[in-house]
Design a protein around this ligand. Structure first.
Ligand code: PBG
Length: 333
C-alpha cells in the first residue's frame, strides 16, 4: 500500500511511544481516602479488599506509608459510634471529635501531608442522610448548610488544608467560604464535590461507615439521595453546578463517580480553568478487586489504565483507594 500516514510509526518502540505520550500518572496526582474509627483495632472492609477502618495510630502509620510512596494528600472519613449519632448530626462540629483529633495527630507526625476532609452529615446522622431530615421526610437545605459551616470551621481549626463538601446542598460552597474567612481561615481551600451523582457505586463506602439511609423512629426517611445528589441522566446540569461552585469560590471542582462519568470530567475540563478532581469511588474499586480476585482481569494493568483514563478525560487529580498500590506500581515502572 502507498500510505502517506502510518500512525504505527510512532508506536514502534517503547522510546517512541514514550516520546509522544500525552498523559502520565504520578503519585502526586492521587488523594488517598482513609477510614478511621475509635478504638485500637484495624478492621478490614468486606467489599473493599485492601481498605480498612484504621485506629488513630494505625492511620498515622498508613499515612506514613503513603508519604513514602510519594502521595501528598489524604482524605479522612469517620466511622462514628452509634451513640454519637443524632437527628442533626451535631457531632460533626465537635472540636474533640474523631476527625479533628485525627487531623491534629496526623499534622504532628506528618506535617507535610495535605489533609482533605469530607463535609456532610451522613456519618453523624441517625438517618444516614447528608442533611437534616424534617419530620415530613424532606432533606432541609438551608438549615443543613449552617451546620456544615460549623463542621468546616472545626476541621479548619484542627489543621485541614482542603475542605470537601460532599453533601450537595445548594449554596454550601459560598456559605462555607464565608464561614472560613470569618474565622481567619482564608488560606484553607475548598475542593467541592461539584457534580456528585446519586449513584449506586457508593455501596461499599456506606458499608465501611455504616452510613446508608435507614429507618429512624417512624420518620419517613427517603431511601436514596436523589433529592439532592444529581440525576445520572443529566450532563448539562453539571455545567450549571460548575458555574455555581466557581462563582461561590470553590478552589477545585470534583466529579463523582469517575469511571461512568468520564464525559462529565471532560465537559467540566472544557468549561473551567480550575483544577478538576475525579473520585474513583468505592464501587469502582470493588469491581476491580472482585474480578482480580477471581483471576478474571490483570489487576495492575486494569487499575493503571482506569486511572490514566481520568487524566485523559481532563482530571488533574484523582481520589482513589488504589492510591498506594498504584504509586508502588508506578515507582517500579
Ligand atoms: C458522604 C460521602 C459518600 C462518599 C463520599 N462522601 C457517600 C454518599 O454520598 O452516600 C462516597 C465515596 C465512595 O463511594 O467511595 N457524603
Amino acid at each position: 500500500m502507498e500510505l502517506t500516514y502510518r500512525p504505527r510509526r510512532l508506536r514502534r518502540t517503547p522510546a517512541l511511544r514514550a516520546l509522544v505520550r500525552e498523559h502520565q500518572l504520578a503519585p502526586t496526582d492521587f488523594i488517598y481516602p482513609l477510614f478511621v474509627h475509635e478504638g485500637t483495632s484495624i478492621e478490614p472492609i468486606g467489599a473493599m479488599p485492601g481498605a480498612s477502618r484504621w485506629s488513630l495510630e494505625g492511620l498515622v502509620d498508613e499515612v506514613g506509608r503513603a508519604w513514602d510512596l510519594g502521595i501528598r494528600c489524604v482524605v479522612l472519613f469517620p466511622k462514628v459510634a452509634d451513640g454519637l449519632k443524632t437527628d442533626d448530626g451535631a457531632e460533626c462540629f465537635n472540636e474533640h471529635g474523631l476527625i479533628p483529633r485525627a487531623i491534629r495527630r496526623l499534622k504532628e507526625v506528618h506535617p507535610g501531608m495535605a489533609i482533605m476532609t469530607d463535609v456532610a452529615l451522613d456519618p453523624y446522622s441517625c438517618d444516614g442522610h447528608d442533611g437534616i431530615v424534617s419530620s415530613e421526610g424532606v432533606v432541609l437545605n438551608d438549615e443543613t448548610v449552617s451546620i456544615l459551616c460549623q463542621q468546616a470551621v472545626a476541621q479548619a481549626r484542627a489543621g485541614a488544608d482542603l475542605i470537601g463538601p460532599s453533601d450537595m446542598m445548594d449554596g454550601r460552597v459560598g456559605a462555607i467560604r464565608e464561614a472560613l474567612d470569618e474565622e481567619g481561615f482564608e488560606q484553607v481551600g475548598i475542593i467541592s464535590y461539584t457534580a456528585k451523582y446519586a449513584s449506586a457505586y457508593y455501596g461499599p463506602f456506606r458499608e465501611a461507615l455504616d452510613s446508608a439511609p435507614r429507618a429512624n423512629s417512624g420518620k419517613p426517611i427517603p431511601k436514596d439521595k436523589s433529592t439532592y445528589q444529581m440525576d445520572p441522566a443529566n450532563g448539562r446540569e453539571a455545567i450549571l453546578e460548575c458555574q455555581l461552585d466557581e462563582s461561590e469560590g470553590a478552589d477545585i471542582l470534583m466529579v463523582k463517580p469517575a469511571l461512568a462519568y468520564l464525559d462529565i470530567i471532560y465537559r467540566l475540563r472544557q468549561e473551567s480553568e480550575q483544577p478538576i478532581a475525579a473520585y474513583n469511588v468505592s464501587g469502582e474499586y470493588a469491581m476491580v478487586k472482585a474480578a482480580a480476585e477471581r483471576g478474571w482481569i490483570d489487576e495492575r494493568a486494569v487499575t493503571l489504565e482506569t486511572l490514566l483514563s481520568f487524566k485523559r478525560a481532563g482530571a488533574d487529580l484523582i481520589l482513589t483507594y488504589h492510591a498506594c498500590e498504584a504509586a508502588a506500581w508506578l515507582r517500579r515502572g
